[in-house]
Design a binder for this molecule. Sequence first.
Ligand SMILES: Nc1nc2c(ncn2[C@@H]2O[C@H](COP(=O)(O)OP(=O)(O)OP(=O)(O)O)[C@@H](O)[C@H]2O)c(=O)[nH]1
Ligand SMILES: [Mg+2]
Length: 474
Amino acid sequence: MAKLYRFVLFATICEKDKMKSREYLDSISSETVKVLKDLHVDKLFQREKRVRIAVTGLNRSGKTIFITSLINQLLSGERVKRLEREFVTRILPIDYGDEFPYRNIVSDLRKSPPKWPQSTSSISRVLLQLEIKSGSSFFPNRIIEVEITDYPGEWLLDLSMFGKNFEKWSEEILREFKSDLGSDFWNEIKKQDIYGYSGGKEEVLIEKYRKYLHALHEKGYSLLQPGRYLQEGNLVGSEIFLFTPLPKPDDFDEVHEESLYKKFQIRYEHYIDTIVTPLALNYFAQFDRQIILVDVIKSLNSGYDSFIDMTKAVKNIIEIYKYGDQSFLRGVLEKKIDRVLFAATKADYIASSQHKKYKMLLETVVEEAKRELSVKGVETKSIILSSVKSTKDKIREYKGRELHCLLGKVAGSEEETVEYTGELPEKFPSRSEWKENMFSFVKFSPTPFPDRDIEAVPHINMDIAIEYLIKDKI
Ligand SMILES: Nc1nc2c(ncn2[C@@H]2O[C@H](COP(=O)(O)OP(=O)(O)OP(=O)(O)O)[C@@H](O)[C@H]2O)c(=O)[nH]1
Ligand SMILES: [Mg+2]
């Protein structure tokens, strides 16, 4: 009877809290262990052992470098102390799709001089196997798989198109329209009869929209849709993404079947069905955890409007969560992302004495997005991060003042120099406070990657990121 009671107790604990039950097991008597062994209770631990992590962020926010550093940290002999477990990591062959080019990226980072990777142009995945040493002779070592997908940033820009029709999407894009950069496109809309018979005159409009998106991109704006205009990837030569936002007609009945409006509407719907929806459903159906990388440096460098735009873009990324509870998705979904980590990347661009302020700036950018997620029951956290720390702190005296500077190789230069990057504000300056060229952070070349996998590349807070994303799963 006592044995049965113990088993029921054990099974209950297993169900309630699988991690704690392991600790419980370590503390119970050898007699109980024998009973449990006879009952093959260890089978209870054979649950889903793959953790899928979505690495999201706008283009050039640091996704590929983050994944590379994460693999390096896990492979390295230094291990990630915060995981508090002894383990080894192996890279497994993936079961489908393209493999994340970890070895090629690392080989470029080991070169003299080391090189950052190219911008990502297609989806790739990496599958890691973590073998975790068992704390008890009763249990075998645990095997956990961590799967990470790398997307081109521009494709992810399209996630917030999910669930919107052409009319609504057009309205939203045109509401945010920057007329100083897009006057050519706007004049072309006005010039053409977009609701009448088109006779196939779409090229000029498309070209002008393409130029507008590129101009936005150059100015540091993030709301750029459809992202395929900037990174065509596997759609080279296809016309499926060749539509532009168009103002709504006064009367839909008046719109000609062969008008530009209809043509773009049909292309838009096809694009949503074949490109955006599969991407969006992947997020719901596959991922357990998400990290959203935010390039706060870029928005500081680009000015007030770009900062506001980035705040909206971050909110757009998480907009997809609002569909998570809808009935039409429930059948498709097996799991739900339950934790989201926001990280301000490239923290090594900032002297460590100012990291606290950098974190506060991140909080301003992600504040609204966090609130939305919290209502959806998703746990969140924010950190500042540098995946490959490429600078060191240096103090310099200037006119009797101590300046907190950085020592590093500015991109394009051969020698290390000491750079003063200025003082960060505690919160984002308002439009009136923002002065022309208020910040101008320089880009640094990467620090050389260690020659052997067993050594970890210097970083800032990669261990905290790894802990938040996977610790409770192992
Ligand atoms: N100094 C420093 N620079 C970084 C770090 N992470 C990223 N960068 C810089 O940011 C650039 C873009 O990083 P990627 O990882 O390629 O960015 P991505 O988000 O994968 O970009 P896309 O593939 O174009 O969407 C790099 O070329 C570096 O210049 C970092 O930890 N430190
Ligand atoms: Mg990339």
